[in-house]
Design a protein around this ligand. Structure first.
Ligand code: CA
Length: 424
């Protein structure tokens, strides 16, 4: 077991029982204290630990990191130290925060300098995303979409069970939780017998996804195998891949998603390390037909992460519209990374690989309005009695994720974004 994951550990910092950030989590992010510059932080309970100041005070000595790694507006430089470095760093922080270790605990003047209340700081985009890839790895999602748009009796494309389908997306429009989403304008063809029209999307949708962030990979031309993949994955975030279904329907043939996707994608601010998620490993659905040797793997490579989506109408309360789980994925991250690099494609520290919409087998676990309302045929009813086929201006979409085992809850916090009217 990774030392920092021990369920018996407790911190001298008070952590509420329902917190996503106990001492067993210690996710990394970028924050800006009031009056200060952006820097690397770690979430603990309702606080943020300031690694820039912690390093200045000498608590991170004998680790392979420099001051510049923490006095930084992204995690990319920190991630260049790879799995070994980030694991040593997390273990050191765990030790400093343990209730039975007095080293930092008893130095009150230092504690005041390194701890900030999360509510009093600004959480920023944690990484500079170099390249972004979106997979399509939930079988239930791919089946639902195939049933609606293709053939109900032949929903999956012939390649789907043989490789993790994906497309290269746009990195520049990935933003952090709290950033509003402006309803996109674009070209659609509402009537198949008439010419296309231009205007605001009428079918704005969310997609419930998770994304993993990579360490520096191998040189161009070399592969990362499924058994090596864990060493190239830094951590995960929740990912809302906003989608304009009417723009998508008209534009996607034959090269795939473009303007229907790249106007905005929103992520949660804390990167939960793959190390912190190890206790929540589980098996995924058995793959049949058997996959090619380069996609085979050993051990449990799924993750049991509860995921929920809530819609909050303007001025109203949240209604949960979806409860799904990352364990419903058909293709795991190891297979995705092995497939991504099997042709020699290289990856860099800070690349982001999203899962694709994570739908489960039941109707209440579908990860998009497209599926929840079945293309608008069965509207979703919110707690205030209002109905949604797709999303309205003023709606806020909230996504949360968390794992629980042995009395330990490791969570991701939330992704939140409010829809603003189109700029016509
Ligand atoms: Ca997507």
């Amino acid at each position: 077991m990774i030392e920092a994951n021990n369920p018996n550990l407790r911190s001298w910092i008070d952590v509420p029982a329902d917190s996503d950030f106990p001492i067993q989590n210690l996710p990394f992010g970028i924050f800006k204290p009031s009056g200060g510059s952006p820097r690397v932080g770690v979430a603990i309970g309702e606080h943020v630990l300031d690694l820039k100041t912690l390093h200045v005070l000498g608590y991170l000595e004998n680790l392979p990191f420099s001051q510049a790694d923490f006095d930084n507006s992204t995690l990319n430089d920190l991630m260049r130290h790879g799995k070994k470095g980030s694991r040593e760093l997390r273990n050191r922080i765990s030790k400093l925060l343990r209730s039975d270790v007095p080293y930092l605990r008893d130095k009150e003047h230092h504690v005041q300098q390194v701890l900030h209340k999360q509510s009093e700081v600004e959480l920023l985009m944690p990484v500079k995303v170099g390249d972004y890839t979106d997979f399509y790895s939930s079988r239930d999602h791919a089946t639902n979409i195939g049933k609606m748009l293709r053939d109900p009796n032949n929903a999956l494309m012939p390649n789907w069970l043989h490789l993790p389908v994906a497309y290269h997306g746009r990195a520049s429009s990935i933003v952090v939780s709290g950033t509003p989403t402006i309803r996109p304008c674009g070209q659609t063809r509402p009537n198949d017998d008439e010419p296309p029209v231009f205007g605001p999307s009428k079918l704005l949708d969310f997609e419930l996804e998770m994304a993993f962030i990579t360490f520096e990979g191998k040189p161009l031309g070399e592969r990362i195998s499924t058994s090596e993949a864990d060493d190239y994955i830094f951590g995960m975030v929740i990912f809302n891949d906003w989608s304009a279904r009417d723009i998508q329907k008209w534009e996607y043939v034959p090269l795939g998603p473009f303007l229907a996707k790249n106007f905005n994608s929103v992520i949660s601010p804390w990167v939960v390390t793959l190390d912190a998620l190890e206790p929540f490993r589980c098996t995924n659905e058995k793959q049949s037909p058997e996959v090619l040797p380069y996609l085979q793997f050993s051990g449990d490579k799924g993750l049991d992460i509860n995921l929920e989506v809530l819609i909050q109408p303007n001025g109203g309360n949240e209604s949960r519209v979806c409860l799904s789980n990352y364990k419903f994925m058909y293709w795991n991250m190891n297979q995705q990374l092995a497939h991504h690099t099997v042709n020699g494609c290289n990856i860099h520290a800070g690349d982001m690989m999203a899962s694709g919409t994570i739908s489960g087998p039941t109707k209440d676990s579908f990860g998009s309005m497209m599926e929840l309302s079945w293309r608008g045929q069965t509207p979703v009813v919110l707690n205030d009695g209002s109905e949604r086929k797709f999303l309205h201006d003023g709606d806020t979409v909230v996504m949360r994720g968390w794992s629980e085992k042995d009395g330990v809850r490791v969570g991701f916090g939330e992704v939140r974004s409010k829809i603003e009217p189109a700029r016509v």
